[in-house]
Design a protein around this ligand. Structure first.
Ligand code: HPA
Length: 276
């Protein structure tokens, strides 16, 4: 089986098990410590990634590995609770397998969330950041490398607007409605798993990024390649500033994501209430 066939095979299995993937279903990928969004899903049906043929499974603490289908405020949703990363040794194709499979199942809108370090000194820990753009700094890695499936999208996709403008406006309106502070900025995607040295942090900031993390960019590229509407949020779990850099552990990132997940969750729920 080639990659496209594997994705289609997995997608058929998902559709058979989760009969509720209706037209208009919104996908949500939950980042480190942000799986709480799935608690709000009503009439849930869950499917562990490990049961889906060919579906990659994460080994990272804080990443569950379950598809959860149902609805929130009457909007049909499917959550990818947990994701796989390049730093675990997965290929860019494997990292984007789930997004491709959901597209094949008819999903056309995706909300990507992650935990990230704040490079912009004005941003506070705990605040959600709306991703307005990204920098693919996962050096040498692109999920579109290799043979292109023209049915999914073009060989050379335009990247002038990856994160859907209307959905970004909606996100800002929802934050305002909730009285919730929402930053906006560019997300730098790096391979990891090392966190940054002070010199790297300085470089990434000079390069134009506001937040940095180890996911989301390949998924956003694959989703945009297929013409999906993409919305992305970073939960800022630590300040990553060159002149006062602090030690960061994965446990701190998870703990802060858990503390801040209420803001992110209420924002996503409000968006789902209002999304067309
Ligand atoms: N750098 C990279 N990835 C991260 C960080 C960070 O500071 N915080 C959470 N994920």
């Amino acid at each position: 089986m080639n990659y496209t066939e594997s994705v289609q095979h997995a997608s058929s299995y998902i559709q058979e098990k989760l009969k509720k993937i209706q037209a208009g279903t919104i996908a949500i990928v939950t980042g480190s410590g942000l799986g709480g969004i799935t608690d709000a899903i009503e009439d849930k049906i869950s499917l562990p990634y490990s049961e889906i043929p060919g579906f990659p499974v994460s080994s990272v603490q804080g990443h569950a590995g379950t598809l959860v289908c149902g609805n929130i405020h009457g909007t049909p949703v499917i959550a990818m609770n947990g994701r796989v990363h390049l730093y675990e040794g997965f290929s860019p194709q494997e990292v984007t397998f789930g997004v491709r499979a959901l597209y094949e199942a008819g999903v056309r809108t995706i909300i990507l969330t992650n935990a990230a370090g704040a490079l912009n000194p004005a941003f506070e820990v705990g605040t959600p950041m709306l991703i307005s753009d990204h920098i693919n700094f996962m050096v040498g890695m692109n999920p579109l490398r290799g043979e292109n499936n023209e049915e999914w999208g073009p060989r050379f996709p335009d990247m002038s607007c990856v994160y859907d403008k209307e959905l970004r406006t909606l996100a800002m309106q929802c934050a305002l409605q909730l009285g919730l502070r929402l930053e906006t900025g560019a997300y730098m995607g790096v391979m990891g798993p090392t966190l940054e040295t002070p010199a790297e942090t300085r470089m990434y900031r000079i390069m134009g990024a506001d937040a940095i993390g180890m996911s989301t960019v390949p998924e956003a590229i694959a989703a945009h390649h297929m013409g999906m509407r993409v919305l992305g949020f970073s939960c800022l779990t630590n300040k990553n500033l060159p002149d006062c850099i602090q030690e960061v552990t994965h446990e701190q990132v998870l703990a802060q994501a858990a503390r801040s997940s209420d803001a992110m969750t209420s924002l996503v729920l409000e968006i789902l209430k209002n999304i067309q």
